[in-house]
Design a protein around this ligand. Structure first.
Ligand SMILES: *[C@@H]1O[C@H](CO)[C@@H](O)[C@H](O)[C@H]1NC(C)=O
Ligand SMILES: *[C@@H]1O[C@H](CO)[C@@H](O)[C@H](O)[C@H]1NC(C)=O
Ligand SMILES: *[C@@H]1O[C@H](CO)[C@@H](O)[C@H](O)[C@H]1NC(C)=O
Ligand SMILES: *[C@@H]1O[C@H](CO)[C@@H](O)[C@H](O)[C@H]1NC(C)=O
Ligand SMILES: *[C@@H]1O[C@H](CO)[C@@H](O)[C@H](O)[C@H]1NC(C)=O
Ligand SMILES: *[C@@H]1O[C@H](CO)[C@@H](O)[C@H](O)[C@H]1NC(C)=O
Length: 253
């Protein structure tokens, strides 16, 4: 009876190749199962070692339980298992998820002869290749524990696409349009009610716009007309053009 109960519990906890401790939340396990990185392996080369990190997948076929493998670059070429898939532990913080593998290769004459363990912090980030080694055990710097940091795009808050679709240019155009219509309507009402204007005179600053229109027409004329009679050299620089002569009394001799 005990054996059957144990088997049921055990099988319920098998999730891919990771076996989580019974207190780890099933919701959290289902969350990391949806990640692209799940059931995959990562490699990180440092100056001292090559780390193969399995996310619920053994990186080395030779050891189906080894979750994180360290190959030292030194003369000895030592290989250590830093934790096992069947000793996985999962906890969630405010903005991280921590996966820890226990029961790796035992230290000898170091770290109280404990087994090696490796922790992987999953944080929000787009760069899946950027694996940071936060802590590693070396002969000169004994940490007894290995800590990695891996960026997970799926952990980043989802920004609604619809609200993002309005670009800066569109907002600028809408602002200009709003200002222009406010100017036209406001000016129209002002001219009509305060000044008692009728017809085209209701358009605000009508005289200025009329002159601007003339100038624009002259500009087009100058640029686009092929007829050499209507275009003169230095037309734009000539302040006493036919349209402005009467107005610019100060500039006239
Ligand atoms: C994990 O990936 C391996 C091959 O990379 C595949 O054989 C296995 O079925 C996958 N397991 C799950 C649970 O997706
Ligand atoms: C699960 O948690 C309870 C209390 O939170 C604790 O008493 C129990 O030992 C834990 N079980 C395991 C397997 O860690
Ligand atoms: C790490 O180093 C090994 C051998 O030194 C090489 O085969 C592998 O491509 C390297 N991986 C990365 C990600 O640089
Ligand atoms: C360590 O590995 C490198 C390449 O993987 C090899 O060239 C070298 O001979 C190895 N050293 C020892 C002591 O096995
Ligand atoms: C740790 O791994 C060893 C084999 O390396 C195994 O004999 C032992 O039962 C494991 N310990 C636990 C608590 O699973
Ligand atoms: C990798 O991530 C760390 C922080 O997690 C950051 O400081 C570093 O600039 C990143 N490097 C690259 C190349 O993105």
């Amino acid at each position: 009876m005990h054996v059957i109960f144990f088997l049921i519990t055990f099988c319920a906890l098998v999730n891919g190749d990771c076996i989580f401790r019974s207190n780890d939340s099933k919701v959290l396990q289902d969350k990391i199962k949806k990640w692209k990185i799940y059931n995959n392996t990562l490699t990180r080369n440092t100056s001292t070692s090559i780390y193969q990190i399995g996310i619920c997948l053994a990186p080395n076929n030779a050891d189906i339980h080894g979750a994180v493998i360290q190959k030292e670059n030194n003369n000895n070429n030592n290989t250590y298992v830093l934790g096992k898939l069947d000793e996985a532990n999962l906890v969630e913080g405010a903005n991280f998820i921590l996966l820890t593998y226990h029961n790796g290769t035992r230290y000898s004459n170091q770290c109280y002869d404990n087994t090696r363990s490796a922790s992987i912090f999953f944080i929000c980030g787009q760069n899946k290749e950027n694996i940071t080694v936060l802590e590693e055990h070396t002969t000169t710097d004994e940490h007894c524990n290995y800590v990695f940091e891996v960026q997970i795009p799926e952990m980043c808050p989802v920004v609604p696409q619809e609200k993002k679709s309005m670009s800066g240019g569109a907002i600028f155009l809408i602002t200009i349009l709003c200002l222009a219509s406010a100017y036209l309507i406001g000016g129209f009402l002002f001219m009509r009610i305060k000044r008692g204007a009728r017809g085209v005179d209701q358009i605000p600053n009508f005289e200025m716009w009329r002159r601007l229109g003339h100038l624009a027409a002259d500009g087009c004329d100058f640029c686009c007309r092929c007829n050499p009679n209507t275009s003169r050299q230095g037309y734009f620089l000539d302040e006493t053009g036919p349209d402005t002569r009467s107005d610019d009394d100060i500039l006239s001799p």
